[in-house]
Design a protein around this ligand. Structure first.
Ligand SMILES: [Ca+2]
Length: 340
């Protein structure tokens, strides 16, 4: 089964158009661009109004709590009513006319009124006539999208298509002062994906297709690694207080505190990563034993209507209702057992 899937996926990959720099990790050298446009992504062209470049800012940054760079598009707060589409654009090679492709990107938003969109324009050899167009569905936003959400659309590339132009970004309308964060742009052949899933259906299905887990709760309960970092910090704080009383020159002490803080931060990150890996291993084992197909992260924390961030988190929850097994308690128990 695994071998068959590998072969099939290889075929899909060979057939699929290749997006250059899909995760915005490579940045290009900038020359003559506005200062506010930092770290523009390689392989992408970013659109703006001629002589009005100050109305939009493009940059690729690693957001807080994120692991990789994402493209950020920020519309000026005083943007006029003029309708402009602010996009990162790329002509993608390797498509085959007559085939269908699903294009998608991950998005998060801050202060936007309208959902970012991804679209494909198929152009004839003259480069000026559209032969097909597809765009991901729009949606008005009344809260920020804090967890990555995938936007997508599917296009059938007509015969006579010479250019497959991908655009991902935001309209200016309703989005003044807001920022779209975009990452992991993907183009896959839609037919091949369907073949893969229908072939999979012939394999024995997972007995339990879906389960959930409250990852934050597992971290809270199973935190001995984090605790040891916290204890080390408390210990250091106590020592610093004692040293402060004795020491006459505070500069040496400040430098030592700074260096120690950096060490604690990286120790903390490592502790998080190691704990997460242990959680992953246990989840994997439980899923194999019980034949569970997919585990989705959810939160069991109740919404606190007096706390804005709690409400925002609650309304952005990907799981609204669940009657599938919750693995949280089992995973915590398994982790505690394995750590004894
Ligand atoms: Ca990325």
């Amino acid at each position: 089964m695994e071998m068959f899937l590998a072969v099939l996926l290889a075929v899909v990959a060979a057939d699929a158009p290749v997006v250059s720099n899909p995760g915005f990790e490579q940045v290009r050298e900038q020359t003559g661009l506005p200062k506010s446009w930092r770290d523009l992504p390689q392989g992408w062209h970013c659109t703006s109004l001629p002589n009005e470049v100050r109305l939009v800012c493009y940059e690729t940054t690693v957001g807080e709590g994120q692991e990789s760079r994402a493209l950020q598009i920020t519309v000026a707060a005083d943007h006029p009513d003029t309708k402009v589409a602010y996009n990162a654009t790329q002509d993608v090679k390797g498509f085959v006319a007559g085939k269908s492709y699903r294009v998608s990107a991950k998005v998060r938003t801050q202060g936007l009124g309208n959902l970012p969109m991804i679209c494909v324009q198929c152009l004839d050899p003259s480069g000026s006539k559209f032969v097909a167009f597809a765009r991901s569905p729009g949606r008005a936003l009344n809260a920020d999208i804090q967890e990555w959400e995938r936007i997508e659309t599917t296009i059938l590339v007509p015969e006579g298509t010479a250019i497959f132009r991908l655009r991902v970004g935001i309209p200016s309308e309703g989005n003044a002062g807001g920022t779209a964060m975009i990452d992991d742009v993907e183009v896959v052949e839609a037919r091949a994906a369907t073949v893969a899933s229908s072939e999979c259906d012939q394999e024995p299905a997972h007995r339990i297709p879906l389960a959930v887990i409250d990852v934050a709760k597992v971290f809270k309960e199973f935190n001995h690694k984090m605790q040891s970092v916290k204890l080390a910090i408390a210990d250091f704080d106590r020592n610093v207080k004692a040293v402060r009383v004795e020491q006459t020159d505070p500069r040496d002490l400040e430098a030592e505190i700074k260096a120690k803080k950096a060490t604690f931060l990286s120790d903390e990150a490592l502790a998080y990563a190691e704990t997460y890996r242990e959680i992953e291993n246990v989840v994997q084992r439980i899923c194999r034993e019980r034949e569970i197909g997919v585990v989705i992260r959810y939160t069991s924390d109740p919404m606190d209507t007096k706390d804005r961030s709690s409400v925002l988190q609650a309304v952005n929850r990907p799981v609204v209702y669940s009657a599938v097994p919750d693995l949280t308690a089992d995973v915590i128990a398994a982790l505690n057992k394995s750590s004894q």
